[in-house]
Every structure is written in C-alpha cells, then in structure tokens.
Design a protein around this ligand. Structure first.
Ligand code: G3P
Length: 225
C-alpha cells in the first residue's frame, strides 16, 4: 500500500518525509485553505521538499469539464509530470477524466462516496479513485466496507486504477485497508504518527537502552566494538 501525507503543513511534511517511507503528498482546496498561504508558492514548496520522484496530488477547481481540463494542464505544467490531478467524480468530472486520459495527464477521481462513482471514474480512465472513509462512516455507512467493495470492482473488472483511500480519523481504519491490500492511503500527520504511538513500544526501546547501559555504561555498539 502506498502511503501519502494528506496535509499541506510544511513542517509536518518535512518531518514525515524525513522519518517515514512516504510516497508523496495529497492536497485539496480545503487543505490549502487551512495552510493560509499563496497556493502556488505553497505547492511549489511542497514539490521542492518531496522531490520529483514522489507524487503530488493537486485538485482542479472548476465544476465544468472544460475548466477542469484547463486547470489540469496548468497544474501539471506548474508542478511537474509527477503530479496527479484530482477531479471530482461528478458527470462533468468523468468527461474531463476521459479527455485528460487521451492527453496523457494522470487523474484521481476524488470525492468518492459510492462504489459506482468509483466504477465510473476508473472506467473513464482515472489512475486513482479516492473514497472518503471517515466521511462515509459519519453518514451512517461503513467506510471501510465501501472501500473494500471498490477494490473488488477494480480487480474484477481489470481496471488499471488504484484506490487512494482518504479521510481517515484513526489508524484502525487504515489497518483494515492495508490488510486488504488497497493501492494507497492518504492520512493526516497525526494519523500517520498514531501507527507507532504506543506506550509499550516506547517502554520496550527504553528498556533496551537501559539494559545495555547497565551492562557497559555505553549508549551504542560502536563504543564497545
Ligand atoms: O482529500 C480528501 C480528504 O482529505 C478528506 O478528508 O478529513 O476532510 O474528511 P477529511
């Protein structure tokens, strides 16, 4: 499962890229608004931090296909070919995804709440589809179950499209989908940190350090070898 940071906070991105095996950064207009910076400068800064090899997801704003296509071209021109354009999975969005596929621009069908929305985005030619796990949970449905259904649809129809599961509020939602083998998950910094936030883990590593100190008075193997 690929792992993305669903955040535009520069300090958080720098820290997470440094520590964890991260495949890139995903953004949407609300995430950019939260950062309260000029979007062009902010996205350029994120591209500099993550380098050309990691993927950056940027969302097109217009709600008509023509506008989405124009936004998509400008986004890829501005942030490089390893940028995937998020397109809302609505009728005009499917039209834009079809056209962008022909032009070789990779897209992610986003704002996915239903399995058949994902089916349409994948069939139109999206490289990723982004179902919103926690928002689906909050509507009284089972977000993880919806994503599993989408995974079955993609596999059983032979679509060349991965899931980019989004909108997580806890690591257990991510765990179930990781076990199921979905293509990718994008999480906020606090959810990624929560994968290893555990007092038992902290105690175990502290005990190793203390035991070695008691034995040797040293803090590393290099001091005793
Ligand atoms: O990009 C989609 C995802 O970020 C939505 O997450 O936390 O706003 O439900 P959230």
């Amino acid at each position: 499962m690929e792992l993305y940071i669903d955040d535009a906070n520069i300090e958080a991105i720098k820290r997470l890229i440094d520590l964890y095996p991260i495949d890139g950064v995903t953004t949407n207009p609300s995430i950019l608004a939260k950062a309260r910076k000029d979007p062009k400068e902010l996205l350029s800064e994120i591209r500099r931090i993550i380098g050309e090899d990691r993927i950056l997801f940027v969302q097109a704003l217009p709600l008509d296909a023509k506008g989405m296509i124009e936004d998509a071209k400008k986004i890829v021109e501005s942030f490089g070919s390893n940028t995937i354009v998020k397109i809302p999975s609505i009728p005009e969005g499917f039209k834009a995804i079809k056209e962008l596929k022909k032009e070789g621009i990779r897209t992610c069908g986003t704002v996915v709440y239903t399995p058949l929305q994902a089916y349409l985005a994948a069939k139109a030619g999206a490289s990723y589809v982004a179902p919103y796990v926690n928002r689906i949970d909050n509507m009284g449905y089972d977000g993880v179950a919806v994503v599993k259904k989408i995974q079955n649809i993609l596999e059983n129809n032979g679509f060349d499209c991965k899931i980019l599961a989004a909108s997580f509020k806890n690591s257990n939602q991510v765990l179930e989908l990781c076990e199921y083998g979905v293509g990718a998950a994008t999480c906020s910094a606090d959810v990624i940190d929560s994968f290893v936030n555990n007092a038992a883990i902290d105690k175990a590593v502290d005990d190793f350090v203390k035991d070695f100190e008691k034995l040797t008075g040293k803090h590393s193997m290099k001091e005793v070898l």
